[in-house]
Unconditional design. Sequence first.
Lengths: 276, 214
Amino acid sequence: MSVSGTADPKGARTHARAMAGTTVEAMPTVPADRTIDLPEGVTAGAMLWEETVAPGGYAAKELARGARLRLVDQRGDACLSMLVFNAERPVERLNIADTVKVQWNAYLGPGALLLSDMGRVLMSLLADNAGTHDTFCGPSSERSNARVYGDGGNWGAHPNARDRLLLGAAKFGLGRKDVHPCINWFKGVRVAPDGTTMLHAGPFEPGRALTLRAEMNVIVVLANCPHVLDPRSDYCVTSVRVTAWRGPLTPEDDPVRTATPEALRAFLNVEEYFRR
Amino acid sequence: MNDPALAGLPPEIVLDEVIPARAPWDHLVRTGETLRIIDLEGNQAVDFLMYAAHDDAERYSAQDTIASQRNIFLRTGSVLLSNEGNPMAEIVGTTVAYHDTIGGACSCESNTLRYGHHTKSQHACVENFLTSHARHGRGKRDMVSNINWFMNVPVEADGTLGIVDGISAPGLYLDLRARMNLVAVISNCPQINNPCNGFNPTPVRVVIACSGRY
């Protein structure tokens, strides 16, 4: 006698189907046009993706050129590590060194480009009211989490960002060699003249947000785990709302495209890539 | 052993080679061995990657190294970590104040952004790395943020950074002691559009030394 009624296949089916309609905070909205958080000025029909990423969680998605991707730090304590690949040929991927070197700046803000290792812009940062991001320190690892929290595996209570990124990448057939140096959104790292890294770990005010535009067809992989240098002994991280919608391709007179000679050449290289 | 350039190294010389200007190089460095890289003519950037010999999906990670030491510059005492967080090697001595690990490697493609499309045909560090990688079953997926020995990349208060005039000089060197068996891969940087090589790529000398026969 099974209390849950799952002793036979039909009973198990009834039990499984009875779960339908359950809502939790960290889940995707499917279909996305049933959005619970429609961005201003966006029609529901343009929605491509809406998902809340749990503390310690991850998500991955392919986005077409022109798509907008909004990331919201809902409670002010998120740390969202990101990988970006060219979806058509993932061996082209975000190159952090080129991103900071070509733009002559290591601190990401509005107008910043995320550059690939092929001299092209994968995504551009259209809006950002957070201002505290990190291109230096990379993801936490199982080893670094174990040092602080006692364990760091994906199967436990303290998942690490690197292995979360690995799982997201794996869903697209990618592997350990593809987990490239990442960006950490929302936690800020600045550099002192002697090279010392200074972390601004927050927590910050809730609702800080940034919006990216896909300049190529991309795979975005996101992991939401405490910053590797977060000084707190507890596993402190809060949820992220991820929203994507269709948008127009970048026009020739776009201010981000024309802002600098380096940016213009990065866009020209993208436009040349799509000359087909 | 009267060569002053070998002073301070363990007694057994495993390898002693000059890497020509603009050339790639790679070699196994075993646990406990010291790799010395000598900037023969001064201000020659030496782009450097390394891979665990037993599993090349484990490789040098600039970000793990920076986070671990809470500093972007590599100096004597810096422990170079892998993407798994394991110590791969330690800088046991260097006569240059600091080295870079945020500036990355020059490529034909990034050169088009930084200098213009007229530089696309010029030789670049990524070409060297890929040449070495292709000999060993590695490829473009194995390209990650590298070390630039003898290269100077300061970061200003507003985040502005750039490759600026070097702080190395003829004969200055660094000693790296391997903490695991690793494959060291070098691109002796061919860049001529910025000051990382003083606008004139030159040879460097590499020496691997150990304290006794195995």
